[in-house]
Every structure is written in structure tokens, then in C-alpha cells.
Design a protein around this ligand. Structure first.
Ligand SMILES: [Zn+2]
Length: 199
């Protein structure tokens, strides 16, 4: 088997047929370069596996397939540090994919909309409740006013009655006193007894 990082990736991702796996394992045992590369791939896989929400193996495969596509860097691929650089690229690309595929935060428009909706609901509710509240307050005020007026009227009537009674008593007393004086003038004999029977 020739040294091939693609084969190592497929091996690590479990995408190689059984016999090929045996071939890779045999090759890695004798090839230091591929052994190190496989170790780097395993490290990258472990790092990604520790990040939540990442379907790691498929993504590594997908991203690295694009990263490893032939082109300008096919030449770099064949240079001496190619394997270490390749696995670093796999890791970087996988991290990039992880960042790009992270769940998007809540859409601000949706938040603004729901906030507006809430405010509109509150406003509608307030404008629905205010007339009823005002009517109720007026009704309560009227009721209190009527009660207070009734109380004041009753109190003033009571006071008036009391004053009438007082006036009456005063009048009766004055009348009694006047009657005594008249009686004393008309009936001096009886006035000395102070027992004038009132008619
Ligand atoms: Zn090798």
C-alpha cells in the first residue's frame, strides 16, 4: 500500500472494507509517517468529538474531501510536511464547519415582532379596561357621594330636630317662668305656696 491520507481517513471513519482495513493496519505498523498521520487524525477526531452537536465523522470526511481536492495545494500535498499540514487543515476546516453549522441564534425580527405584538396586546387591554375602570370609579364615587349626602342630610335633620326641641324646651321654660310671674301678679296668695297647678 502507498502512503495515502485519504485511505487513513477512510480507515478512521470506518469506511474501508474489512480487507483494506487489515492492509492499512499492517502498513501503519511499518510506516512512521502514516502512523503519525493516523494519530493526528485520531486527535482531531477526539477534539471534535468533545464538541457537542457535531456529527463529527461525516463532517470530517466531507470537509476534508473538499480540502484535499486536487489543485494548487496538491503540490503542497507532495511536499515533506504535507501530512502534518493536512491534518491541521482537517482540524481547522472541521472547526470552521462546526462554527458555521452551529444553531443560529433567535431571529431579531421575530423577537421585535413578538415584542410589538405583546405591547399591542397590552395597549388594547388597557384601552379596553380604562373606560370600565373609569365608569366603575365614577359609580363608586357617586355612591359614596350619595351616602355622604344622605348622612349629612340625616345629621342636619337630626341637629335641626335637636335644636327645635331645645328651642321648644327653652320656650316652655320661658313660658313657665312667664306664667309664674303672671300668676304671682294675679294671685299673690297662691304664689307664696309655689304650688300653682298649671292648667
Ligand atoms: Zn505510509
Amino acid at each position: 500500500m502507498n502512503c495515502s491520507p485519504d485511505v487513513l481517513k477512510d480507515y478512521l471513519l470506518g469506511e474501508l472494507p474489512g480487507p483494506d482495513c487489515l492492509t492499512v493496519e499492517a502498513h501503519v505498523r511499518v510506516c512512521l509517517t502514516c502512523s503519525e498521520e493516523l494519530e493526528r487524525l485520531r486527535t482531531a477526531q477526539a477534539v471534535l468529538a468533545s464538541s457537542p452537536d457535531v456529527e463529527m465523522p461525516r463532517r470530517i470526511s466531507f470537509v476534508s474531501d473538499r480540502v484535499f481536492e486536487p489543485g494548487w495545494w496538491q503540490r503542497l500535498w507532495n511536499s515533506a510536511p504535507r501530512l502534518g499540514f493536512a491534518s491541521a487543515m482537517v482540524l481547522a476546516a472541521a472547526i470552521l464547519v462546526h462554527g458555521l453549522t452551529r444553531p443560529a441564534p433567535a431571529v431579531p425580527e421575530a423577537t421585535a415582532y413578538s415584542q410589538e405584538a405583546v405591547e399591542a396586546r397590552i395597549e388594547a387591554e388597557v384601552s379596553r379596561r380604562i373606560p370600565a375602570a373609569v365608569a366603575q370609579a365614577v359609580a363608586e364615587h357617586d355612591a359614596r357621594l350619595r351616602t355622604e349626602m344622605a348622612r349629612l342630610v340625616a345629621a342636619s335633620e337630626s341637629k335641626l330636630n335637636f335644636e327645635r326641641r331645645a328651642d321648644l324646651v327653652t320656650f316652655e321654660q320661658a313660658f313657665t317662668l312667664l306664667k309664674k310671674q303672671v300668676d304671682m301678679l294675679q294671685y299673690p296668695r297662691l304664689a307664696s305656696s309655689e304650688m300653682v297647678p298649671s292648667r
